[in-house]
Write a protein that binds this ligand. Structure first.
Ligand code: BYC
Length: 474
């Protein structure tokens, strides 16, 4: 079904035929807008931004680009096309037709999964709301806002499921999603990484690279779900998500390119005096964001994860491409666990180790991106190499919680770890320095001293286009 833009809420789910649901969502819509105006990009609600908007759910040509004020963005409900005769691909119900309604016995668990996913979306908008004022260019400013409006749409995606399939509980959860606040002491967002501040653009690029990448893996696993509306919603969200990862990976790549340029020019790795970011400082930010994002996969051994899988609610990454029984009742999986003698490998039931296997797929993806950055550093003639810290480094969830592990993977005492923490993680002085670089650059085609221009503009437009117009003055 094509997207109907004549409706108050654009959608491709035939909303006008379901008056009760339509009314519920139309009742939620002004509350969402109120939240957006209060917690969305601060100071830029009246600017005109060159944004893409989804116009269809086809793989090709699904978006148009135009100048819009963000509060006028057409947030709506877009599900990927149904797959005819789709069957549940894993777990105890493997081979049965997918569910179009919530199976009663899994209602609570499914709601919790959808709420947890939904909660991350507004959280990230809240985390990034002050970044506009320190943008390194109009190109980057526009990308920030594109990410923000699409995270808003991803909230709509989950709220649709809650309102359409979970009755009164779902309506209450939809309200609560607008009430929690990132970083709030009283009513925080659900997952750790979404309560961390994003105070500067280096953090923003790290977040979109590492934390949005958790989104890619979690959404892909939920896209396998036996609950078909969740699967279809997540499949379309993944299309949008790809751009967020692009913003993160190329943002960090452009910082690295600029740092290498300054290192070559001034023949030193200490380029702070020349307006650049030392790769050693970038490494510390990387260590922080990677470890926080690893926590988002949950505990290495999790009965929750086993249940999600066995009951057909959440599959594995690329479940259908795998060549096994898709039930996992007999298989084992290798998990690293801290032990008195050090970090040891342990064979665990594959079902309970599902969070770890998803984390492994994530780490492999991060490793590939890291290799691309390192190749560029090498090509520019520099000796420096970036690394991913060990999975046990600075973990707050799971087996490594409370264990002190160096980035190289060596368990050490808390005293030693604390004494060396400043070599591995951003210090207050590092953060202050990065903060000092964050002066806005808003002249079309110009870029801050610490980041290289991109190779090309958005949607075949020139790099020097005025991607955001009518900026706030003062
Ligand atoms: N922080 O068995 P456990 C994205 C809780 S990102 C705080 O270890 P489980 C995006 C857990 O909730 C993708 N709490 O874990 C990115 C549980 O609490 P309850 C988001 C945590 O349940 C950028 C308890 O610890 N999507 O889209 O197997 C921008 C024990 O749980 C954390 C999803 O996460 C943490 N890091 O797995 C915008 C998908 N980790 O229930 C968007 C949906 C665990 O006992 N969520 N806990 O009170 C899930 O699949 C699972 O909930 C998790 C946890 C993978 C997160």
């Amino acid at each position: 079904m094509s997207i109907d833009y004549d409706q108050q809420i654009p959608n491709n789910v035939g909303l006008s035929a379901d008056r009760r649901l339509q009314r519920a969502l139309e009742n939620w819509q002004p509350k969402f807008l109120e939240w957006w105006n209060q917690m969305g990009p601060s100071g830029f609600q009246t600017a005109d931004v060159y944004l893409r908007t989804a116009t269809s759910v086809d793989a090709k040509g699904w978006a148009t680009f135009d100048y819009l004020k963000m509060p006028d963005y057409r947030w709506g409900i877009f599900l990927a096309e149904p797959v005819a005769e789709r069957e549940i691909g894993f777990g105890e119900h493997r081979g049965e037709p997918v569910w179009q309604e919530v199976p009663g016995e899994h209602r609570g668990v499914l709601r919790r999964l959808i709420v947890t996913q939904g909660d991350t979306e507004p959280a990230s908008v809240e985390q990034q709301r002050h970044l506009g004022r320190t943008c390194p260019s109009l190109y980057d400013l526009r990308n920030l806002f594109q990410v923000n409006v699409e995270e808003g749409r991803h909230l709509w995606a989950m709220v649709y499921l809650l309102q359409a399939y979970f009755g009164r509980d779902g309506r209450e959860e939809a309200e609560a999603l607008l009430e929690r606040r990132s970083g709030s002491a009283d009513n925080p967002r659900i997952l750790g990484a979404f309560n961390e501040p994003t105070p500067d653009w280096l953090s923003f690029f790290m977040f979109t690279h590492f934390t949005d990448r958790d989104g890619k893996f979690q959404l892909a696993s939920l896209a396998e779900s036996g609950f078909d509306p969740l699967s279809r919603t997540c499949r379309f969200m993944l299309t949008e998500e790809a751009h967020h990862l692009f913003v993160g990976e190329t943002g960090i790549g452009r910082i690295i390119a600029r740092s290498c340029e300054l290192m070559r020019e001034h023949r030193t790795e200490r380029i702070g005096d020349y307006g650049g970011i030392d790769l050693a400082v970038l490494q510390k930010y990387l260590n922080f964001h990677f470890s926080v994002s690893l926590d988002l996969f949950g505990s290495e051994l999790s009965t929750n994860a086993a249940n999600y899988f066995s009951t057909g609610l959440k599959g594995r990454f690329k479940e259908s491409d795998r060549n096994d029984d898709h039930r996992l009742t007999e298989s084992t999986y290798r998990v690293l666990r801290p032990h008195a003698e050090g970090i040891v490998e342990s064979e665990e039931p594959a079902l309970t180790a599902l969070n770890e296997s998803l984390r492994d797929a994530y780490i492999a993806d991060c490793t590939r991106a890291l290799a691309r950055w390192n190749k560029n550093i090498e090509d520019s003639g520099m000796d420096f190499r970036l690394t991913l810290p060990h999975r046990g480094f600075r973990r707050a969830i799971g087996e490594f919680q409370g264990v002190y592990v160096t980035p190289e993977g060596l368990p050490v005492s808390e005293t030693e770890w604390r004494a060396r923490e400043g070599q591995w993680l951003p210090t207050p002085a590092d953060r202050k320095f990065i903060g000092s670089l964050m002066s806005p650059v808003v002249e079309p085609g110009k870029f801050a001293s610490w980041i290289a221009p991109p190779p090309r503009g958005i949607n075949h437009q020139p790099i020097e286009m005025d991607y955001v117009r009518h900026l706030p003055t003062g």
